[in-house]
Design a protein around this ligand. Sequence first.
Ligand code: HEC
Ligand code: HEC
Ligand code: HEC
Length: 119
Amino acid sequence: MSRDSLAAAALVAALLAAAAAPTLYTAAANGLFKKPPRPELVLPKGGDGKCVEPTDYMRANHMKLLVNARDRIVRGGEKLDKYHIEGCKNCHARRAEFCDRCHAYAGVKPECFGCHYLP
Ligand code: HEC
Ligand code: HEC
Ligand code: HEC
């Protein structure tokens, strides 16, 4: 490359960097390159530190478990004490610090709470 074309290339590179800087700055300031924070959940103290099913399973499937339990208990007449929705609060005593935080984070609003698990 000639001297002139080297200088031209350097100039183009400098201009591109200057043009990108505000965008990158804004993106970084808005946390675009950071992972979103996990919601802060208050977990039960005491007990044996276990949920009614393994934690990973509960995290992914508690909604299906509860809806399924409702059908089996209310319609099927089964006795499934372990999965009573009101039983969750025996350990997750404050909905606001557990269920609600995660649901707000995920943007879901289970309508169940209109009747169950108050407050
Ligand atoms: C309009 C009020 C209402 C709504 C909304 C509602 N339920 Fe219920 N649910 C009841 C009533 C009434 C019973 C029967 C009485 C009882 O056992 O508490 C019941 C019973 C249950 C039971 C079995 C009893 C127990 O205590 O666990 C489960 C499980 C249950 N509901 C889960 C759910 C889930 C999950 C949702 C949301 C998808 C939901 N319910 C929404 C009123 C409601
Ligand atoms: C006997 C006490 C107990 C009962 C009852 C209980 N849980 Fe749990 N749950 C725990 C404990 C302790 C943990 C944390 C376990 C761990 O750290 O691995 C947990 C964890 C969870 C998690 C995962 C949280 C996370 O870190 O992502 C969900 C979701 C959950 N429970 C939902 C429920 C629901 C819904 C009910 C009612 C059907 C319920 N739990 C009933 C003790 C309980
Ligand atoms: C680790 C995060 C997390 C925690 C903790 C959590 N949930 Fe959820 N929950 C979710 C997500 C995400 C969904 C929506 C899943 C979907 O739409 O597939 C959901 C959905 C539900 C639904 C289904 C609503 C419907 O209308 O179908 C119920 C019921 C429910 N959660 C109950 C609870 C209860 C009760 C607790 C506290 C004991 C709890 N959840 C704690 C993440 C969580």
